[in-house]
Design a protein around this ligand. Structure first.
Ligand SMILES: Cc1cc2nc3c(=O)[nH]c(=O)nc-3n(C[C@H](O)[C@H](O)[C@H](O)COP(=O)(O)O)c2cc1C
Length: 244
């Protein structure tokens, strides 16, 4: 039987990302976070507005999303309750956070130069997504149960890198080999084996990338997409988005 309840948090289970950003002195800050989701080549992040990562993204506008695999669990744990903000915000102090000037070293990560953005990648993470900020807006502020000022940060992914053994083809991830680190109600997990043959996964994954196709089938998809883009165009509602 279901019952009503009022959990303190809704951390149902999302992938852990280590975001690299550039501090004002040119050094790299990395921060574990897990409020992240992707649609196409865009990504939305949910971040505490007091974090050093947000300050860096507002100022410099670029980051690398280093996706953590199960093998990165201990390193992520070592970075929990740390901030790159030298003045630790009061609400974080109350939660036992401390300032850490070199979190890459603290987590045992080596830095790799990125191709298109200034922040570095983390060698030990299996996936790197170089990205730029396309929008920052307030998040959750209308709800009195929301504990801290937060923002939603939209990113455009510019370049993706992956460990070769996770590939099932030149541009296709082998979902059976990819074991993301997941955070659920503050605990760290990875996922189990595939449950069943997914109906969604039938057909070529390339259908999601009509811009790569050639020939009549690709032209038909592009025409359908162009029609849908006009019919379902979404206009910005409300006026609380910041332009950066
Ligand atoms: C596994 C894990 C997941 C986290 N998820 C988030 C998150 O989604 N959003 C967020 O703002 N903070 C999250 N945090 C807390 C951040 O790491 C924390 O805000 C930290 O101070 C950010 O570092 P920075 O201040 O150097 O940017 C998470 C921490 C851990 C360990």
């Amino acid at each position: 039987m279901h019952r009503e309840f009022e959990p303190a948090i809704h951390y149902w289970g999302t992938p852990v990302v280590l975001i690299s950003t550039l501090n004002s002195d040119g050094s790299t800050n990395i921060a574990p976070m897990s409020s992240a989701w992707w649609l196409g080549w865009s990504c939305m992040l949910g971040l505490d507005a007091s974090s050093q990562t947000v300050a860096n993204l507002r100022r410099q506008g670029q980051c690398v999303l280093n996706l953590a695999g199960a093998e990165n669990a201990e390193a992520v744990n070592a970075l929990a309750r740390t901030t790159g903000a030298s003045k630790v915000p009061l609400h974080k102090k109350a939660l036992g956070y401390r300032y850490e000037s070199n979190k890459a070293q603290k987590g045992g990560f080596e830095l790799l130069e990125s191709l298109l953005v200034s922040p570095s990648r983390l060698l030990q993470c299996p996936v790197h997504l170089e990205a730029e900020v396309t929008g920052i807006r307030p998040f959750g502020g209308q709800d009195p149960r929301f504990a801290v000022p937060a923002c939603a940060i939209e990113l455009r992914i510019l370049k993706a890198h992956i460990e070769e053994e996770l590939l099932a083809g030149p541009d296709r991830v082998d979902a059976d080999s990819w074991h993301p680190l997941l955070m659920s109600f503050r605990h760290l997990y990875t996922r189990g084996a595939k449950l069943l043959d997914s109906r969604l996964a039938r057909g070529e994954e390339a259908q999601y990338a009509p811009w790569k196709g050639r020939g009549p089938k690709a032209w038909a998809t592009q025409a359908a997409l162009s029609w849908s883009s006009r019919k379902y165009r979404v206009k910005e509602e409300g006026a609380d988005e910041e332009t950066i």
